[in-house]
Ligand binder design. Structure first.
Ligand SMILES: Cc1ncc(COP(=O)(O)O)c(C=O)c1O
Length: 402
């Protein structure tokens, strides 16, 4: 097949939910991918924050082969025990905040959030969920209802009832919205899809305190930020915040579809047999891959690389603001979750397209932004190469040579 055939078949048969980029990726290696004609690209998207140790990493392929040869799905699924699941649970127990003692595995982030919302209602006996403007929590109907962006939500009415929204990073607004009907507040410690929005110091601790005072639960959505994306394994803990539920996916298995929600013992004690489940619920294959990926992240001291590369990137990007301040509103980020916000969607689109032509893949975010979230093990020269392609593209777009 050629790219042309692939375009034709996908355009004909695939549900038309995406504005597609005309690029058909056949293989990858580290931060590089190749299309069907052999053109190479640098991937600064990580498949939307997922391929945290790069493409085709042997840790992942070995785990897939080794576990695949043994067993992929347990007989009677979650009703039987699995050494692969137990190994992953032991590893997680060493890195999770110590009060989050109970884990359940899912296949995606949305499923993890969906379950946390459902269980928070059961545990508190209350209906309301508070979420924040510009948040993104998933694409199931309950997580769509919890998402604070009209473009992702309002076309699907009737939405799930009993969801309220408050501005992000505004404690006063949250305080005013709290009452004894609130089961939980669901929040991202840094909003990812919302444009890499980092809250003010003390905000998340304030959210935790308001939840405690009101008897509501705190669901911290670490689906994008978790597993060292911003430096620490979970940024919630670095903010000194104690959540009742934490949800995770994306980097957890480096590209294999997997996720989890974790909860405190206090919450777990209020749940009963049958309160949740699922056919795959920690299938041995997903567990083996997640184990390999997380162990590799820990053993390679990835946190240091993320912090160092993040600092390097922000330094370099800082000069874009000086040089092209008329086009750039802001440069921000934490670790390897970075964002350039332009004055208009048109500029962001032109920069993204210019980069694509030069062999760099980027994610456009909130229309006027470019989110940069490469593999966490990216090398300095790879990061610099990609950033210089962006710099060049901005220069071209601003000077009208695009
Ligand atoms: C913060 C956050 N929560 C939830 C989700 C949904 O995860 P998934 O696409 O795995 O269902 C995403 C996906 O981008 C996300 O960024």
């Amino acid at each position: 097949m050629s790219s042309k055939d692939t375009f034709e078949i996908e355009d004909k048969y695939l549900a038309p939910f995406f504005v597609k980029q005309k690029i058909s990726i056949e293989k990858g290696d580290g931060v590089f991918v190749w299309d069907e004609e052999g053109k190479m690209y640098i991937d600064f998207t990580s498949g939307w924050g997922v391929t945290c140790i790069g493409h085709a990493h042997p840790v992942i392929t070995d785990a897939l082969i080794e576990q695949g040869r043994k067993i992929i799905q347990n007989p009677n699924s979650g009703l039987t025990y699995s050494p692969a699941r137990a190994r992953l649970l032991s590893l997680l127990a060493g890195i999770l905040p110590s009060h989050l003692t109970r884990v359940f595995f899912t296949n995606s982030g949305a499923e993890a959030n969906d379950a946390a919302i459902k269980l928070a209602r059961k545990v508190t006996g209350r209906p309301e969920i508070i979420s924040t403007h510009k948040s993104f929590h998933g694409r199931t109907i309950s997580t769509t209802s919890a998402t604070g962006q009209a473009k992702h939500r309002d076309r699907y009415s009737p939405l799930m009832p009993y969801y309220r929204f408050v501005p992000y990073d505004d404690l006063g607004a949250l305080e005013n919205s709290m009452d004894k009907n609130v089961a939980a507040v669901i929040i991202e410690p840094i909003q990812g899809e919302g444009g890499v929005r980092i809250p003010s110091d003390g905000y998340l601790k304030g959210v935790e305190n308001l939840c405690k005072k009101n008897g509501s639960l705190l669901i911290m959505d670490e689906i994008q930020t978790g597993f060292f994306r911003t430096g620490p394994v979970f940024i919630t803990s670095s903010f000194g915040v104690r959540a009742d539920f934490m949800t995770m996916a994306k980097g957890i298995a480096g590209g294999f579809p997997f996720g989890a929600f974790v909860m405190s013992e206090e919450v777990a004690k209020k749940l009963e047999i049958g309160d949740h489940g699922g056919t795959y619920c920690g299938n041995p294959l997903g567990c083996a891959v997640a184990y390999g990926v997380i162990k590799h992240l820990i053993d390679s001291n990835i946190s240091e690389n993320v912090k160092e590369m993040g600092r390097f990137a922000l330094d370099l990007m800082g000069r874009w603001q000086q040089l092209y301040g008329n086009a750039i509103v802001d440069i921000r980020g934490r670790g390897l979750l970075l964002m350039v916000e332009f004055h208009s969607e048109e500029i962001a689109t032109q920069v993204k397209n210019e980069c694509l032509a030069k062999g760099l893949l980027l994610t456009q975010t909130q229309g006027n932004g470019i989110r940069i979230f490469p593999a966490l093990n990216i090398k300095k020269e790879e990061l610099e190469k990609g950033l210089l392609i962006i710099e060049d593209a901005i220069e071209k777009v601003i000077n009208g040579n695009s």
